[in-house]
Design a protein around this ligand. Structure first.
Ligand code: PMP
Length: 319
């Protein structure tokens, strides 16, 4: 493998492995079958030092994904949490962490003979460590040109539930988003199998209706985004009405404000849907209020939600 020049270390089954040496075999089960389960957390500089956003909720979702996919991960929640903290400590300047559970064994059948599930945590800066090294990477846009992906043939929650963050779940959205990108859109929103609005490939969807109510599709239909959950709590704290209910496509077309949420995106205002502007001013007032509150929370500047941040210093961690 050509050295990338990235100096980071990845925690793999208890050892810190140099970034360029953190590989698996081409024929490994997880690579061939898409069975890798992951979760993705954000890391922030706060007045109390480097801190991880809602680490326990991410660890819990990660373990749920493993159960949904049937991966026999042995590590306890505390052990995974300790690994995340160790990986972040070993990689100063990291602003995200990715936890992975995968079957590194080279296998023939879909059911592995060697079912050892490896646990890995990478902590890094996606812009400096990855994007900046790729000349073709698209710059981040502050507002989104959204496309509604109306094809529902592949939206089958009885195959793999949307709550599982497993590699295989991202192939169908990849196909749809790639198609939309070629048409000049930044992002897509997928429909669920009922034809209602669901979520983006890596984001949850919110809209603000005419009455100022903050609406998002219900838990059964989407990945349980940690940012989604946080925004619902912050919206209530800000005094906005909140509704989790199925949303027909037309509700998006008539919404006063639309935004996406995710660990990477934070609160990401939508400027247009299928080429039609959402409103004269983007972000709208509700989106702006939630985005600013969320930014204060992750920066450690909001005492009400200070418990959402776990400092990685020895004193702050439980490990
Ligand atoms: N939906 C999907 C399918 C995702 O992959 C993600 C990214 N994890 C999200 C929504 C947003 O979740 P979170 O806020 O936890 O990043």
């Amino acid at each position: 493998m050509k050295p990338s020049g990235v100096q980071r270390k990845i925690w793999i089954d208890g050892a810190l492995v140099p970034w360029d040496e953190a590989g698996v075999h081409l024929l490994s089960h997880s690579h061939q079958r898409g069975s890798l389960v992951f979760d993705y957390l954000s890391v922030h500089e706060t007045p109390k030092g480097t801190a991880i956003f809602r680490v326990d909720e991410h660890v819990e979702r990660f373990r749920t994904s493993c159960v949904l996919v049937g991966l026999p991960l042995e590590a306890s929640a505390d052990a995974i949490r300790a690994a995340v903290l160790a990986a972040v400590r070993a990689n100063p300047g990291a602003c995200v962490a990715k936890i992975c559970a995968y079957l590194p064994s080279v296998e023939v059948d879909v059911v592995p003979v060697d079912d050892h599930v490896a646990l890995a945590v990478a902590a890094y800066d996606p812009t400096a460590d990855i994007q900046a090294r790729k000349p073709g990477a698209l710059p981040f846009r502050k507002t989104v040109r959204l496309h509604i992906e109306r094809e529902t043939r592949n939206r089958r929650s009885d195959i793999i539930p949307p709550q599982a963050k497993v590699a295989a779940n991202y192939v169908s959205p990849m196909v749809a988003k790639w198609r939309a990108r070629r048409k000049g859109y930044d992002e897509i929103v997928l429909l669920d199998e009922e034809g209602d609005l669901a979520e983006g490939p890596t984001t949850n969807l919110f809209l603000v209706d005419d009455a100022g109510c903050v609406c998002t599709p219900p838990e059964a239909r989407v990945l349980l985004g940690i940012t989604r959950r946080s925004i619902l709590e912050l919206a209530r704290a800000e005094g906005f009405a909140v509704r989790e209910a199925p949303l027909a496509v037309e509700t998006l077309e008539s919404a006063a404000e639309v935004f996406l949420t995710g660990t990477t995106a934070g609160v990401w205002p939508v400027e247009s849907v299928d080429g039609k502007p959402v409103a004269a001013q983007v972000p709208g007032p509700v989106t702006r209020a939630l985005s600013e509150r969320f930014r204060r929370v992750v920066a450690g500047a909001d005492p009400t939600f200070a418990h959402w941040l776990t400092p990685v210093s020895e004193a702050g961690g439980r490990d």
